[in-house]
Ligand binder design. Structure first.
Ligand code: GDP
Ligand code: IMO
Ligand code: MG
Length: 433
């Protein structure tokens, strides 16, 4: 298996966790390269559900080495708890987990600022996960950030914390009418995390390069989705990192020439959590049916996800930006009860037909989807294990998606479980055996 990038093609929660677990059963290295604990990746093995926020989904496969790369933002308290949980479930982290010394640390003031900024935005709020992601990335860009290498060096950490807090406290008190934060209390708390995490902190760029030059199988696990990308998403209703396939290069220090395959994860319909445009959203009982059938409630915040039809205008944009070589279509079973399915093939905006996703949010807000109707298959498909076993009408829906995107389907997921998966090409039957 070449170096593969797993990327969310919509607004996140496409089922990346399940697919990474499925594909990494024989991968050597699984690397997170962006985002933080705003992610919630669900893996179901033998009926047991695990939700991972920061640890790569490969942590549940004993032989995989897991890397939290330089492009991520790490909340050390969340990471310590997550390590405890997976270790309690019998998964070893020591010798298998590596955290980049260059990854930025989420501080308590980032979480507080995330909340205060959202409050200040009022009706224009983004609907963030409240995990401090935006303020942590802002400090990185503003060169105020504290990195993992700083956290594990007590003298440096104390100095940097004091310098940061002197500015943050002025902003908190004078601009946002909040209470100041106490440097000693933060230092004491974060020193405990530093002691716990120190053994895992290293130069992960060299680690990944060695793995690649040794011919090891490396999987990059994307978080969020293309439409939440800081540059290419529906700004400002986005997250603060590069969620696209290209984000691997800066977020893990890997040259583009090393990426052989970009696997786009596509939910068979569309969901979104938080605010922002969503042309094919169903604000009716059909949307509610998808939410209930698909159990569309956030893995991180528990918020109900907004649901709608599959949007091929949006997906074509995602395929182009990511250079998607093939897709994994997930949650297909959720559509099994529907008599009629719809696929958005173009938008009508101000009387004009658009088959390209508009980057102007004003245009997107006025976009009316143009749909193609397809008959539903109306039967349970969860026990299908080969593409040939799928009902003909399901196959018609899947074929049409391949045609509209110009990208082949590598894998079809028919349920949350590891085994509820159809590998459509020989390469993926081998990759997952
Ligand atoms: P991620 O953030 O992309 O990893 O996705 P989440 O884990 O947040 O959300 C996907 C949800 O769908 C999880 O609850 C998965 O267990 C579940 N899931 C994944 N694939 C399938 C599938 O094919 N069918 C069904 N019914 N559920 C699935
Ligand atoms: P996974 O990896 C879905 C959304 C939030 C909000 C916006 C900004 O599980 O697919 P942030 O806290 O990042 O500043 O919030 O991005 N968001 C996600 N939506 N899945 C995710 O991750 C998300 N991570 C962030 O809901 O709209
Ligand atoms: Mg998720």
């Amino acid at each position: 298996m070449p170096a593969s990038v797993i990327v969310g093609m919509q607004w996140g929660d496409e089922g990346k966790g399940k697919v990474v677990d499925y594909l990494t059963r024989n991968a050597d290295l699984v690397v997170r390269h962006q985002g933080g604990n705003n992610a919630g990746h669900t893996v179901v093995i033998d009926g047991k559900k695990t939700i991972l926020h920061l640890l790569p989904s490969g942590i549940l496969n004993e032989h995989s080495i897991c890397v939290i790369g330089n492009g991520t933002v790490v909340d050390p308290s969340v990471l310590c708890t997550e390590i405890e949980h997976v270790e309690a479930a019998g998964h070893r982290c020591e010798g298998r987990l590596y955290i980049s010394d260059c990854a930025h640390v989420i501080m308590p003031y980032h979480r507080l600022l995330d909340r205060l900024h959202e409050q200040a935005r009022g009706k224009g709020k983004i609907g963030t996960t409240g995990r401090g992601i935006g303020p942590a990335y802002a400090d990185k860009a503003d060169r105020f950030g504290i990195r993992m290498a700083d956290l594990v060096n007590p003298t440096r950490f104390r100095e940097m914390l004091a310098a940061c807090l002197s500015i943050k406290n002025r902003i908190l008190v004078e601009c946002l009418q909040a209470d100041p934060m106490d440097a000693d209390a933060i230092f004491e708390e974060y020193s405990r995390y530093a002691a716990r995490l120190r053994p895992y902190v290293t130069d992960t760029v060299t680690l990944v390069h060695h793995a690649l030059s040794d011919g090891k199988r490396v999987v990059f696990e994307g978080a969020q989705g293309t439409m939440l990308d800081i540059d290419h998403g529906t700004f400002p209703y986005v997250t603060s990192s590069s969620t696209i396939a290209g984000g691997v290069c800066s977020g893990a220090g890997v040259p583009p020439s090393q990426i052989k395959e970009v696997i786009g994860i596509v939910k068979a319909y569309t969901t979104r959590v938080g605010e922002g445009p969503f042309p094919t959203e169903l604000k009716n009982e059909l949307g509610e049916l998808l939410r209930q059938e698909g159990q569309e409630f956030g893995a991180t915040t528990g918020r109900p996800r907004r649901c709608g039809w599959l949007d091929c205008v949006q997906l074509r944009r995602a395929a182009a930006i990511n250079g998607t070589t093939g897709i994994v279509l997930t949650k297909t079973d959720v559509l099994s009860k529907l008599q009629r399915l719809r696929i958005c093939t173009a938008y009508q905006i101000d009387g004009k037909t658009f088959d390209v996703f508009p980057s102007d949010p004003e245009l997107l807000n006025r976009a009316e989807p143009i749909y193609e109707d397809i008959e539903g298959w109306n039967q349970d498909i969860r026990s299908c294990r080969k593409r040939e076993e799928l009902p003909q009408k399901a196959e018609q829906y899947f074929r049409r998606i391949e045609e509209l995107l110009g990208v082949p389907i590598y894998i079809i997921s028919v349920g949350p479980g590891r085994e509820e998966t159809i590998a459509c090409t020989e390469a993926y039957r081998i990759a997952s055996s």
